[in-house]
Design a protein around this ligand. Structure first.
Ligand SMILES: Cc1ncc(COP(=O)(O)O)c(C=O)c1O
Length: 445
């Protein structure tokens, strides 16, 4: 690259040479440098304070730089920062696995650690395929919802929507039986698809009750349990992807608690460590584990990551679980839910609002941009709304034309009020069609 091009790049991005995720680097403005976080707030280098209303990509639970979690990590770092997890173990990993097995729906037998949400899903898919291989009845098919999002690695992309996220890789993705989205309520068609795949169903993977990246789409437990039951009638395994919904987001510790049937595997990440450190978990019930627990070495689960069960991450997760008890977090979430409901009820009818939903700490509003009434990630409204809220000190990162709040649970009533007032103001502007505010200068790609 010649020096003029290099200089141009440096102008575009003050953090050159960093390449940011989900960002069209050419059109995105320079990223905001954050120095510190406290509670629901992020403090930027330029002096601005930003209210983090999306828990920094759905990871933070109890507030930024929570002192209890930070000090527990520091203590652990001074004792043991990392050790190979094959042939070795440590007490944070054992304690955390024990704690998770106690609280996870369906009382799983084992906890398998990995490094993020996508790898938690990869592990779930690999375990499912190998379960069938190990018991000598190989099965090929995975079922998933058509607009699902399960992560960015190849297995996770395969079971995710064929969308803008996955388009360049269509040829490389494995085939999946896609069921109509649960909001379409096409039970008969879905049941037929399940029955067609019948003896070949390795597993059904789903985001229970809310499909996150698809646009915070909420759907009914009764519908999901009908599908789960049908999959079970063909002995297919059930994998709940609770990477987003886990740790209280939807009002209960895990969304699967709201279901009458429990999954065979549960994928966790994001809030697992309170948002402090990257870690993934895939739980397995006895039936799954037993297929691997054999004398034959070929039946080993040959999967592992260098940082599997990192002691600092396990300690952060244990500290976060302690916060749930000490800070009465589930009742805080209920208070947030009640505030969201009151806000939604107080909103007048706007033509620009297609639908609104509240579930636990989640509040989501689907807007129309004049072109679509469906959730569309590439709607121009997304970058415009993002920029509008950011210029007022609020971090809301819409999923296209869906704006939502998924705040840290420490958020105060007065801070929620700030968010609600601004959302209302934004809806008024949108309703009036005051489009001059919508400059085509997206902050993100
Ligand atoms: C439901 C779900 N599964 C998996 C993932 C992937 O997690 P990660 O970004 O940690 O790889 C996400 C991320 O948003 C998610 O929402």
């Amino acid at each position: 690259m010649d020096s003029s091009n290099t200089n141009k790049l440096k102008e575009e991005d003050s953090t050159y040479p960093v390449w940011h995720p989900y960002t069209q680097m050419k059109t995105a403005g320079p990223p905001l440098e954050i120095l510190r976080g406290e509670g629901a707030w992020l403090m930027a280098k330029d002096g601005r304070r930003i209210l983090d209303l999306i828990s920094s990509w759905w990871v933070n639970l109890h507030g930024h730089a929570h002192p209890d979690i930070a000090s527990r990590i520091a203590d652990q770092a001074a004792k043991l920062e990392q050790v190979i997890f094959a042939g070795f173990t440590h007490s944070p990993a054992i304690e955390l696995a024990r704690a998770l097995c106690e609280i996870l729906p369906g009382k799983p037998e084992k906890i398998f650690y990995s490094e993020n949400g996508s790898t938690a899903v990869e592990v779930g898919l690999k375990m499912a395929f190998q379960y069938w291989y190990n018991i000598g009845k190989p099965r090929k098919k995975i079922l998933a919802f058509r607009s699902a999002y399960h992560g960015d690695t190849f297995g996770a992309m395969s079971v995710s929507s064929r969308s803008v996220f996955t388009q360049p890789f269509f040829q490389q993705l494995f085939e999946v039986v896609f069921l109509p989205d649960p909001t379409e309520e096409q039970l008969e068609l879905s049941i037929n698809l399940i029955d067609e795949a019948s003896e070949d169903i390795a597993a059904f993977i789903y985001e229970p009750l809310v499909m996150g990246a698809a646009g915070m789409i909420a759907y009914s437990p009764a519908y999901l349990s009908a599908l789960m039951q049908r999959v079970q009638s063909h002995q297919g395994l059930l994998i709940a992807d609770e990477v987003m919904t886990g740790f209280g987001r939807l009002g209960t510790m895990f969304a699967s608690e709201q279901m009458p049937i429990h999954p065979d595997m549960i994928c966790l990440s994001k809030g697992l460590t309170g948002g402090f450190l990257p870690m993934g978990v895939t739980s397995a019930r006895k039936k799954v584990y037993e297929a691997f627990h054999q004398d034959d070495r070929m039946k080993t689960f040959f999967h592992g990551h260098s940082y599997t069960a990192n002691p600092l991450a396990c300690t952060a997760a244990l500290a976060s679980l302690d916060c749930f008890k000490k800070e009465n977090t589930l009742s805080r979430i209920l208070q947030i839910e009640l505030r969201h409901q009151a806000f939604v009820a107080s909103l007048k009818a706007y033509d620009c609002v297609v639908s609104k939903r509240v579930k636990g700490s989640l509040l989501a509003i689907t807007l129309t941009d004049g072109i679509t009434r469906e959730a569309q990630y590439l709607s121009d409204l997304g970058p415009v709304a993002y920029k509008w809220f950011m210029s007022r000190g609020l971090l809301l990162r819409p999923l296209g034309n869906v704006i939502y709040l998924l705040p840290p649970y420490c958020i105060k009533s007065s801070e929620l009020d700030i968010a609600y007032e601004h959302i209302q103001e934004f809806l008024e502007i949108l309703e009036k069609g005051d489009l001059e505010i919508f400059s085509v200068d997206p902050v993100f790609g």
